[in-house]
Design a protein around this ligand. Sequence first.
Ligand code: SF4
Length: 328
Amino acid sequence: MTLNFELPKLVRELKKRKPKKVLVQLPEGIKQNAAEISGAIEKLGIKVIFSGETAWGGCALALQEAEALKVDLIVHFGHAEFIKTKFPVLYIEVRDELDLKPILEKSLKKIEKFKTLGLSYSIQHRHDVEMIKEFYEKRGKKIILSKKIGFAAYEGHVIGCEYRGLKAIEKDVDAFLIIGNQFHSMGAALAVEKPVVLVDVYNDDVKSMDGLREKILKQRAISIQKLKDAKDVGIIIEIKPGQKFGEPKYLVEKLKEKGKNAIVITMNELTPEKIMNFYHIDAFIELACPRVAVDDFAKYSKPILTFKEALVALGIKSWEEFLEKGIV
Ligand code: SF4
């Protein structure tokens, strides 16, 4: 993996914006590169502080830290813009400079029966998208990039909580190809009914996601039933600015109408330890990252659901509508 931190862009933007002090956010995988990034910023006479909090997505802008520390700018690495904010933010997307040709070659066998493919990539591969398209088109495939809808910053861009851009082209493609990792392809497999193939550039593997959708949906149906049976419910909200997936007040009202007790719990980041001591709660609904409920449910001793799943449990949405609109 050769990461390009786009330091020339960083320096150019900092010279233009002239901040005195910046807060830098790095995703977990690149926190180890803090010294290199710090050096490039300090050389310009700018004070730099690194956030030690997690930054799994562009949703996790450290606005509160930035205000508390009185910095002039947040420099957020590794993600594209997710939401608009009044506070100034500089996004450095970070390129992963890999020779993708061998794995694209390897993918041909897995996709041989498909003629038209929907293509999506995680942000680190955006600079390669034209090459990838050309590669497949030269080999007789038709490539359609997923649409830029919702939180997606570009055509073809995929993030873990936004698959409407894939659903928009589903009727026109035979299958989807995801360039990135398991996280994005699993979300895609849950969102669309057409086959999904992952070109896993990090594990040098090409995998079909067949069967995964059914397996996860079965598990989600069990969690939905558990919320139906629950007496005491905890609604978890996070303070990360982009993680507002649902309205807690509305849920409390609806839960109470069903004769349940509901409390709202706030936290910076949901972890199993943080909810452990709410012994009396039978089920949790989390309005933060929907992928926590879907991907990490096994880490939690109590059922944990997304907002959309809660609407199904409460009879506000049907299971069919839930599947139709995409479950994350
Ligand atoms: S909400 Fe979750 S999936 Fe969406 S960007 Fe944030 S961390 Fe990623």
